[in-house]
Structure formats: structure tokens, C-alpha cells
Ligand binder design. Structure first.
Ligand SMILES: *Cc1c(COP(=O)(O)O)cnc(C)c1O
Length: 443
């Protein structure tokens, strides 16, 4: 038997993340946004939470600094999410032309957008430079292409070079972009590159920014801060070399890791800023404008996924629950479970949190391969058909960019705000993709 926790009645409870999720989940069930036949899976985005996180980010940097916080669109590219962040003072960092279009659709003005694709076509470069979108150049060939695009015209765009400070990787290889062999940017320590870059800046007075992004989840703060410090030192070197302050801005990238083990937001933006102050004091000296490109740390903890349990069984002595959330919404977790473990919370059919004795069980998704598991051997109240599982911390890089394997449809995404009286107001962030209608049986 499982016992049910009582519903939160005290509005203060709604500040406790697990209680808030439960409260919103119950409202979603009541409103039919989750339904065992018609809506078996959905994503939820906390709009109040996004606003609060954007506020914390703004407060973490000194008010005297000229900073643009450009949200990494790839972390959650849904236009209403970008629009909410824009209303809260953020710009956008776009890694592709598609993300550029989404940023503009969200109302982000071109001058608050940074275009960072490593594979920009000539047409994309021309488009961005014509509109004043900031561009970070990935390599020497791209630099020559910009020379050609700019021939005979000027651009309002802030143009920088992405440098790879080669300070090393974190615990997740695929997320580490400052290793010796990372595919991004111009590696600073490779033979001859520094001289070649100094010459490139000297010959191009419009090259006024330096960009770096050291890595994402799995990179320790000190590693990221050391990489940023190398970029700042390089900017100082350029300015000494050309004999004036040609480089006027540093784009420090994103990469602040997120705590996937619990609801605590750690590390916070202010902790990161204090590490930056220690490693790269010149960044705060007033000589440079700053751009940041945080993604996961802005959105992950402001979203969760909910799915129904369809069946349960025992396999090899272990219970298994088959849910409707799998590789289509938790792609990284399914393909790289060691690197991307997710918490799972068990709720009853009405959305109340289950409080039963933890039992080790596997939690699987609907896709047709054996590895489609959200968790193996995880201690949870024993799941039953009709229960709901909740995946916290999935507001970034999960349901927002689903994987289309097995013709599984994209689930709906609902934004929500909760007022002081506990009323939950939902709005559609993305409608569910229509499922495949099975033809009526012949004859
Ligand atoms: C992915 C990426 C980011 C965002 O990284 P997070 O870990 O989500 O903060 C920022 N800048 C660049 C260039 C990126 O590739």
C-alpha cells in the first residue's frame, strides 16, 4: 500500500520545489492536460521560475558592468520561453539559423542576439551582418568569408573570434569544448595560432570581441573560470599588440553546471561570478562589455516532464514500469545514462506524490529498444498502472527538443504561473503534435 501526502494548503509550500511540482501536477490532471488516454506525456515550464532565475542572473553581475545575458536557445528553443526570458531582460544566443529565427519570433531584437554556429553559410553571415546580429567567428576560413561579405559595406554587428583556451575537459567528454582537440573555435595554444590571431585582429579593426565557451555540464567552475581568464588575457594581449583598446567586449559563454541530484540550485550565478573575479579580475575592471550565454542553468530547474505509467511487470526478479516518457524526451539520459541521471518522482493518478516504501525498480519508456530506460534499479514507491512519473530538472535539453524515433509524437508543453492564492494558470507553449490516426478497420 502507498500512502498519499496531503495537498499543500499553505501558499508558502509552493516555494518548496517538490510541493510546487505536485501542486501543478494535480492542477494539470484536473484540467485534463494530463490524461491516461489523450495526454499521456507532457512537459511543463515554470514561467515564474524563469523570471526569478533571470533576476538572480542579473543581480549576480555588478550593475556597473555593461552585460548582455544571451540565453543559449538550444537549451530550450520554445518561442514562448524565449519571449518570457526576453521580457525579463535577456537576449538570445543562437547556434543555428533556425534558432536565430526562433529568437526573432520571440521578439528579441537583432542587437540582443549572438550568432555562434560553427558552420555558418555565406548567406547566413550576410543576413546576420546586415541586421546587426553579433557574430562569433569560429575559424580562420570563416574570417576570410566575413572579409568578403563586408567588402564595401559596414555592419553594426559586434564581431568576435571564438578562441579555445585548451584548459582541458570536465567529466563529460561530449560537453567539454576546451580540450586540445575540441572542434570549436581557434585553439590558442596550437603552434602559430596566437601570432596569426594577433595579426588577424591588427588587420581588422572591426574585430572587437573575444568569445570563449569552455564547456557545459560536468565542467568544474574553476576550469570554466580559468578558460575565461585565458580569453581575457588574450584580449589584453591583442590590445597591447595593436596599441589601443580595440577589443572592447568579452563573451564568456555559458556552461554553469546544474545540480541534478536535488532541488537545491547549486552552484548559483553569484558563486560563479566570485570565481570569475578571482581568476579574471580584468573582466570586471570596466574596460570590457560582457556577454554571457547560459542555457541549462537558466532553464533546467524551471521545467519538469510528466508521464503516465501504462504497465508494470516483474522481470528477472525486478519490477519494471513502462511509462510514456523515454528516449523521445530524455534522449541524453537514455543514450548516456551515466552522464545524465535524472531524478524520478512517483505520483498517483490524481497527481499526489506517492509516499510508499521505496522498492528497486526499472523505469522504462515506450520506445522499441531495450535501452529505453529512464532509470535502472531505482528505489521508488512501487509504481502501478495509471500512476504518473515526474522528471524534475528537465526544462533544458529535454522535452523542448524531442527525438523523433519510433514515430513518437512531440508532447505538448504547458507553461504555468502560480498566484499567491495557489491558483495555477496554464498556457500552451507547444501543442502536442497530432498523433497518427489509425485507419478504421476495413469491412
Ligand atoms: C551550448 C552552448 C552554450 C550553453 O551552454 P549551457 O551549458 O547550456 O549553459 C553557450 N554557448 C555556446 C557557444 C554553446 O555551444
Amino acid at each position: 500500500m502507498t500512502t498519499e501526502l496531503s495537498a499543500p494548503t499553505d501558499p508558502a509550500d509552493l516555494c518548496v520545489p517538490a510541493r510546487r511540482r505536485e501542486h501543478v501536477l494535480r492542477a494539470a490532471v484536473r484540467e485534463g492536460l494530463l490524461h491516461p488516454e489523450r495526454a499521456v506525456l507532457a512537459g511543463f515550464v515554470d514561467f515564474d521560475g524563469l523570471a526569478a532565475t533571470a533576476g538572480a542572473l542579473h543581480r549576480a553581475f555588478p550593475a556597473s558592468l555593461d552585460v548582455l545575458h544571451a540565453f543559449a536557445v538550444k537549451a530550450n528553443c520554445l518561442v514562448p520561453v524565449l519571449a518570457e526570458l526576453h521580457r525579463n531582460g535577456m537576449g538570445c544566443e543562437a547556434a543555428t539559423a533556425g534558432e536565430l529565427a526562433q529568437a526573432l519570433e520571440a521578439g528579441c531584437p537583432p542587437e540582443s542576439i549572438v550568432f555562434d554556429s560553427p558552420a555558418k553559410t555565406t548567406a547566413e553571415l550576410r543576413w546576420a551582418l546586415d541586421r546587426g546580429v553579433a557574430v562569433n567567428v569560429d575559424n580562420f576560413q570563416e574570417l576570410s568569408r566575413i572579409d568578403a561579405v563586408l567588402a564595401g559595406r559596414t555592419s553594426r554587428s559586434r564581431i568576435g573570434v571564438r578562441v579555445n583556451p585548451q584548459v582541458g575537459g570536465g567529466t563529460i567528454g561530449a560537453m567539454s569544448t576546451a580540450t586540445r582537440h575540441s572542434k570549436f573555435g581557434i585553439p590558442l595554444e596550437d603552434d602559430g595560432n596566437r601570432q596569426r590571431l594577433l595579426r588577424a585582429y591588427r588587420e581588422r579593426p572591426w574585430l572587437t570581441w573575444v568569445h570563449t565557451h569552455v564547456g557545459s555540464q560536468g565542467c568544474p567552475l574553476d576550469l570554466i573560470a580559468r578558460g575565461v581568464a585565458r580569453a581575457v588575457e588574450f584580449a589584453e594581449e591583442v590590445n597591447r599588440h595593436v596599441g589601443r583598446r580595440q577589443v572592447t567586449g568579452i563573451d564568456i559563454g555559458g556552461g554553469l553546471p546544474v545540480n541534478f541530484d536535488g532541488d537545491e540550485v547549486a552552484p548559483g550565478f553569484d558563486e560563479y561570478v566570485s570565481r570569475l573575479r578571482a581568476h579574471a579580475p580584468a573582466l570586471f575592471g570596466g574596460g570590457y562589455a560582457v556577454v554571457t550565454e547560459f542555457g541549462r542553468s537558466v532553464a533546467a530547474k524551471n521545467g519538469f516532464t510528466a508521464a503516465y505509467v501504462e504497465y508494470t511487470k516483474n522481470v528477472g526478479g525486478r519490477p519494471v514500469a513502462i511509462t510514456h516518457a523515454g528516449v523521445q524526451v530524455a534522449t541524453r539520459t537514455v543514450f548516456a545514462p551515466e552522464a545524465w541521471p535524472l531524478r524520478i518522482e512517483a505520483h498517483g493518478p490524481d497527481g499526489r506524490a506517492r509516499d510508499g516504501r521505496p522498492v528497486r525498480q526499472d523505469v522504462g519508456g515506450p520506445a522499441c529498444f531495450a535501452g529505453d530506460l529512464l532509470a535502472r534499479d531505482r528505489a521508488l514507491p512501487l509504481l502501478e498502472p495509471g500512476d504518473l512519473v515526474v522528471l524534475p530538472d528537465t526544462g533544458a535539453y529535454y522535452f523542448s527538443t524531442p527525438f523523433h524515433y519510433n514515430s513518437l509524437p512531440e508532447p505538448a508543453v504547458h507553461g504555468f504561473r502560480v498566484d499567491a492564492g495557489g491558483r495555477v494558470a496554464f498556457e500552451t507553449v507547444r501543442p502536442a503534435q497530432p498523433g497518427w490516426d489509425l485507419p478504421a478497420a476495413a469491412g
